[in-house]
Design a protein around this ligand. Structure first.
Ligand code: MN
Length: 313
């Protein structure tokens, strides 16, 4: 099915896939998905959950479990009220929050916490379990304004699902920066590596996470191992990918065919690229718990009820 789709839509690339020049083989596109309808998470996050609309997402996007995109939205000032989500648990994976506009605050039962503002990233490893709250930072809420962010969930391999929780607060200045030639734009490397520049995030499996801005007519090339699941979310502008066009708010899932991705911005564009080595283990999810077996889900629920996820201070 992939091959047929690929042949129909990108015949030139098919030729390269079968040639010996494996490094030059273009990645085929599995699908381009328009934004699903928005829903509220608590009263602070107005998001589109892209993976729910994608067939076999758990397999085709592993190790990524969820991507909630909060497109730019203007919040009124909120005095005396904290917008967000109250205390809730997580176990078995990591939550990665990228702030583009506005500021998100978090604090958890491990005593970690902080505020991430525009350009910053919070990489929270729930692993054996945490309780946390996520909300609009008080200083932002007092004045209100535009708010735009992503929350990505990254699965953990079985060997690390019950490891000690961790927290990486990554400020914008720590993020790797690759300025593209010909005034094409900028690649910010949050995790993984791009053209020799490494991202600061420590990950348990191979993950590349890039925040990319291209100027109109700017070009950028990426290459990821064929078996690594790869996608991008267009947050602004239109992108040419081979003979296809991805428009603002589209999510592009690449097939596991070829390696190279050549992009050209048709307008000023802003997008995130995610790629990761799949974790080939069973996934059993119940809300905020992502484990391998049903028994482990029951354990998570009973541990949570028994207060083993700690306390919010
Ligand atoms: Mn959470």
């Amino acid at each position: 099915m992939h091959t047929l789709l690929f042949t129909m839509e990108n015949p030139s690339a098919t030729t390269e896939v079968h040639s010996n020049r494996r490094d030059d083989a273009m990645r085929a596109i599995e699908g381009i998905y328009p934004p699903p309808s928005l829903h509220w998470v608590g009263d602070g996050f107005r998001v589109a959950g892209y993976f729910s609309a994608i067939p076999s997402a758990a397999k085709k996007l592993s190790p990524f479990l969820m991507l909630d995109y909060h497109p730019a939205y203007e919040y009124p000032k909120a005095e005396g009220h904290r917008r967000g989500v109250g205390p809730h648990p997580h176990r078995g994976f990591e939550t990665v929050t990228i702030a583009f506009q506005g500021s998100v605050a978090h604090h958890d039962s491990m005593g970690n916490g902080g505020v991430i503002g525009p350009g910053d990233v919070q990489w929270m490893t729930a692993a054996s379990g945490i309780l946390h709250q996520e909300y609009h930072d008080d200083a932002f809420a007092r004045v209100g304004g535009p708010f735009q962010m992503i929350q990505l969930w990254v699965n953990l391999p079985k060997a690390h699902k019950m490891s000690t929780p961790g927290y990486q607060g990554i400020v914008s200045a720590e993020i790797g920066r690759v300025t593209l030639a010909d005034n094409a734009g900028l690649v910010r490397v949050i995790a993984g590596e791009y053209l020799g520049t490494k991202g600061p995030a420590k990950t348990f499996t191979k993950v590349n996470l890039f925040d990319v801005q291209l100027n109109a007519r700017g070009k950028a090339d990426f290459a990821f191992a064929t078996q690594d699941n790869t996608a991008l979310l267009v947050m602004k502008g239109d992108l040419r990918i081979g003979d296809r066009t991805a428009r603002e708010n589209d999510f592009v899932l690449f097939a596991n065919v070829g390696e190279r991705i050549a992009l050209e911005a048709l307008t000023d564009a802003h997008f995130v690229v995610l790629s990761g080595e799949p974790i080939d283990e069973p996934i059993m999810q119940y809300g905020p718990f992502v484990m391998n077996t049903e028994r482990e889900i029951h354990e998570a629920i009973s541990d949570f009820r028994a207060g083993k996820f700690g306390k919010m201070s």
